[in-house]
Design a protein around this ligand. Structure first.
Ligand SMILES: [Zn+2]
Length: 64
């Protein structure tokens, strides 16, 4: 019973560590996405478009 509890806490720790990294460091989050697949960027200002925006949230340029 104690062993099972311990494993559960370890899992929680790993997940919460990962999550806090994502939340606390936006650059880290971006790096993870970059590794998985190239993300589209605004041709005008270079802003990363992570949510399939039709228009750049930074400068308003239409994204093809
Ligand atoms: Zn832009």
């Amino acid at each position: 019973m104690d062993g099972r509890d311990l494993r559960q806490y370890q899992d929680d720790d790993v997940i919460s560590n990962l999550f806090s990294k994502i939340v606390s460091g936006k650059s880290g989050y971006k790096t993870i996405i970059d590794k998985n697949k190239p993300i589209p960027k605004c041709k005008t200002c270079g802003k990363s478009l992570t949510n399939n925006e039709k228009f750049c949230p930074e400068c308003g340029t239409k994204v093809s």
